[in-house]
Design a protein around this ligand. Structure first.
Ligand code: ASP
Ligand code: MG
Length: 403
């Protein structure tokens, strides 16, 4: 939704689908750059205290407004094309969220009349990203949250499919800006997409994939740039059993927003880890990889964990304030690291995947710092400078390069 011209284009896309007799709810995001601008205004008015100190409900009032504008504009553009359409804001949908302003979670929908309106053939233009709390305050769902709004609306309406029109024409095996031979994926399972999204691929908000998986809503990622009649195959995100050709590795993801926190010389006794991570949890630090290893005999250990760059500062403060109590010698934060991951449901049943990955990195002279795995992914932490090299090497090693 970049500007008025793009809104007209979206109106054409919607009109073409309505002409086929489809009943539609269209969830909109704000115009390009608009939410960033609104965040900037809120910061300017509130100062640094924003988000943390009880200002966050008003932050949501400000940043949610971008979607109100586009919802109204698209409804107007649809009416101009002779279609029946109206806008729906979060509070009118009764899209209920918890009170975690700025990153609220959807609880459900109350009675709103939306399904009846859509059934009657009126196009519902829904403002994405926004909801309303129990005590009638506006909330927002976190950056990229209109994806999640769209899936939630699709689930509530029992829709056949949730189509996400975006600025890319599908989900790629990796970031095409790094690997020019990256390929568009035809179909990907919810689990894989969830890993891809949480490991750094920015096509869909992670929560939207979670929600789609829980409600079994197929999601199509489509290009919003193509004319209405052009082929637009995109990527289908669906359940694993709807995918016949299973890849061992479906994609390579990376994230540079990583920091490694090391606690040297931590007392090695029961309860220390629990204490460390409860201090971090209390500050809302989202910890990712964790490694603990014995150092110097058995009385002391080194504890390593990773989190986002921003959280690493919070972690440093939280832990340093309790250095005596936890009994560690020294704390080090290294923000010059990146996480590179391979993802694929095929890993469940194939051996040698880790070996292929580690060998490919070794052959490029890349040192692996921390490793973590799940059933369908392997992630490594490496020096940030090697990110692109690692992504390219892995893309080739797992035969993902386009011919
Ligand atoms: N406008 C919001 C954002 O920029 C929500 C979205 O675009 O999905 O994060
Ligand atoms: Mg978005």
């Amino acid at each position: 939704m970049a500007d008025l011209e793009r809104i007209a284009h979206v109106a054409d896309l919607v009109a073409a689908r309505a002409a086929k007799g489809e009943h539609l709810a269209v969830v909109v995001s704000a115009m390009a750059g608009e939410t960033n601008k609104l965040v900037g205004y809120a910061r300017g008015a509130a100062g640094e205290a924003l988000i943390s100190d009880g200002f966050d409900d008003e932050y949501d009032v400000v940043v949610s407004s971008g979607e109100q504008v586009t919802a109204g504009l698209l409804a107007l553009a649809l009416r101009r094309r002779g279609l029946k359409a109206r806008s729906w804001l979060g509070w009118q949908l009764e899209l209920r969220t918890n009170p975690s302003h700025g990153r609220a979670r959807i609880l459900g929908f109350e009675e709103s009349g939306l399904p009846e309106a859509v059934d009657s053939g009126e196009i519902a233009v829904v403002a994405g990203f926004q909801g309303v709390t129990e005590d009638r305050r506006i909330s927002t769902l976190g950056r990229g949250g209109s994806d999640t709004s769209a899936v939630a609306v699709a689930a509530a309406l029992n829709a056949d499919c949730c189509d996400i029109y975006t600025d890319v024409d599908g989900v790629y095996t990796t970031d095409p800006r790094i690997v020019s031979k990256a390929r568009r994926i035809e179909r990907i399972s919810y689990e894989e997409m969830l890993e891809m999204a949480s490991l750094g691929a920015k096509v869909l908000q992670t929560r939207s994939v979670e929600l789609a998986m829980n409600h079994n809503v197929p999601v199509r990622v489509l290009s919003s740039f193509l004319p209405p009649d052009a082929p637009n195959p995109g990527t289908l995100v669906c359940s694993e059993d709807e995918i016949l050709e299973k890849q061992v590795v479906s994609g390579v993801a990376y994230s540079r927003d990583e920091a490694k926190v090391t606690l040297f010389g931590v007392a090695d006794r029961p309860g220390v880890s629990a204490r460390i991570f409860s201090l971090l949890a209390a500050k809302g630090v989202n910890v990712d990889m964790i490694v603990q290893a014995n150092a110097r005999g058995d009385k002391q250990a080194n504890m390593v964990f990773t989190c986002t760059d921003r959280d690493s500062q919070i972690a440093r403060e939280a832990l340093s304030a309790h250095q005596k109590e936890i009994e560690f010698e020294r704390l080090e934060v290294n923000r010059d690291v990146a996480k590179v991951s391979i993802i694929g449901v095929g890993m469940k049943s194939h051996t040698g995947v880790a070996e292929t990955m580690f060998r490919a990195l070794y052959e490029k002279g890349i040192n692996i710092d921390v490793i973590s795995t799940s059933e369908i992914k392997i992630s490594v932490l490496i020096e940030a400078a090697y990110t692109e090299l690692a992504v390219r090497a892995l893309h080739t090693a797992f035969d993902l390069d386009a011919a």
